[in-house]
Design a protein around this ligand. Structure first.
Ligand SMILES: NC(=O)c1ccc[n+]([C@@H]2O[C@H](COP(=O)([O-])OP(=O)(O)OC[C@H]3O[C@@H](n4cnc5c(N)ncnc54)[C@H](O)[C@@H]3O)[C@@H](O)[C@H]2O)c1
Length: 401
């Protein structure tokens, strides 16, 4: 490494759900790490040793990294010029029309490119619309700096970051041998399993990974609706067919398939295939339709206009405080239109995030019927005499609604 780089790595968007765990993991492995993030509130928390969201084991590691002087966070883009490796992990959502924004990454880079220097390596780690790596390569070439560009997608799941960053194989791609070798060396700090692909292959590999999972959930959810329409318990059927049968061992249970990644990455792939991705769009209709399906089933059994419905769980997955793209909120919107009243609760989501949430006991007391929308472990031992719609089988009493 040229001696004049103060830091080994700067993570752009390093205050986010995947950027911060990466920064912490690299610091834990001895790297001198800087975080550059636009959010002043996030940067302040990080420098105080606070992880702004739930991520098991991350906070003690953050504090150790700060104490060792191996990590610092700032909103000052100048830090980008001080690191040998610049890793970009900003958010890449689709817009309200489900269109990806291929310029999200180039735009973010434009805000700090004044600090790019010869000899750096630029690593894209956000999930990108295919072709963005090539776009960024052209952008860097136009700047006239000698910086290889690599695309090395993040594949961790939230809440498993501090384990998976060290255990998952890392896909590394770059156009040049130098870019490939330097990116492999950087991620070699975390894992010795490096998988080499070409940039366009790696971009699709990441989208295929998430879309595959999303389609599997959709298949399970469609099976659930087919069985449920006939009054049959999908979970009982699923458990039976999977028993000692390896070819079906990966069949997921039914449930809300949501969150900040699977849906939008399936839509990115759909846009990339000129909207001819029928399977992806069908998966979206099934998964996004599940809350409406549950409401329509409840309507068949109950006069919702006379009843208060309690929604248990608002985050997009169990033991999470992340409500981004959570289908619990879609469920709540639909129910607010149909039911006399809707109450909701979640032990992980803070009042700051949603100040309408109520304590579980109050919801159990006031609601006439309950829907378990997120399978938090806290709901497994629920005792109630009210009807419960439990598509996750949290109570172990079946999933018929
Ligand atoms: N969340 C996941 O589980 C997950 C898993 C794998 C991959 N990914 C991908 O990783 C990327 C980041 O996702 P996330 O969930 O961490 O998003 P996030 O919104 O939690 O984090 C993004 C961070 O970037 C900061 N930021 C935004 N624009 C910036 C800019 N121009 N300069 C500096 N900082 C900026 C934000 O303030 C925020 O802290 C996305 O492409 C996502 O698809 C996410």
């Amino acid at each position: 490494m040229p001696a004049d780089f103060e830091l080994d790595v700067v993570v752009v968007g390093g205050g986010g759900h995947v950027g911060l765990p990466l920064a912490i993991a690299l610091a834990d492995r001895g790297a001198r790490v800087g975080i550059y993030d636009l959010s002043a509130a996030t940067v302040e928390l990080i420098n105080e040793g606070v992880v702004p969201f739930l991520e098991p084991d991350a906070e003690p590691m953050l504090r150790a990294a700060l104490a060792a002087g191996r990590l610092t966070a700032t909103t000052d883009a100048a830090i980008v010029g001080t690191a040998e490796n610049v890793v970009v992990v900003i958010g890449t959502p689709v817009d309200e029309h489900l269109n990806p924004d291929p310029n999200a990454i180039p735009h973010a880079l434009g805000q700090c490119s004044a600090y790019f220097r010869d000899g750096q390596l630029l690593v894209l780690r956000s999930t990108v619309y295919p072709g963005v790596t090539a776009l960024v390569e052209r952008m860097v070439a136009d700047l006239g700096v000698d910086i290889p560009v690599a695309f090395c997608p993040e594949r961790i799941a939230e809440h498993k970051a501090m384990v998976e960053l060290f255990s998952l194989p890392q896909i590394v791609s770059a156009r040049t041998t130098e870019g490939r070798d330097r990116a492999a060396k950087l991620f070699g700090r975390l894992t010795d399993q490096i998988v080499h692909l070409e940039p366009e292959e790696a971009e699709l590999a990441k989208l295929f990974t998430n879309t595959w999972r999303y389609i599997k959930f959709a298949a399970a959810n469609q099976f659930y609706m087919i069985a449920n329409d006939k009054g049959l318990d999908f979970e009982k059927i699923r458990t039976g067919l999977m028993h000692d049968y390896p070819r079906a061992s990966d069949m997921p249970g039914a449930g809300f398939a949501a969150g900040p990644c699977l849906f939008k990455d399936t839509m990115q792939l759909a846009a990339f295939s000129d909207n001819t991705f029928n399977l992806g769009h069908s998966a979206m209709l099934v998964n996004e339709g599940l809350p409406l399906y549950i409401v329509s089933r409840l309507e068949k059994r109950f006069d919702l206009s006379q009843l208060t419905v309690g929604i248990l769980g608002m985050s997009f997955k169990a033991q999470s405080d992340d409500i981004r793209s959570s289908l619990s909120y879609k469920l709540r919107r639909v129910l607010k239109f149909k039911a006399k009243a809707v109450l909701s609760t979640d032990p992980y989501v803070s009042e700051e995030t949603d100040d309408t949430l109520l304590p579980l006991e109050l919801v159990l007391e006031k609601a006439d019927i309950l829907v378990i929308a997120t399978p938090h472990p806290e709901y497994r031992d629920l005792v109630t005499d009210k009807p419960v719609a439990d598509v996750w089988n949290s109570l172990g009493a079946g999933v018929v609604v």
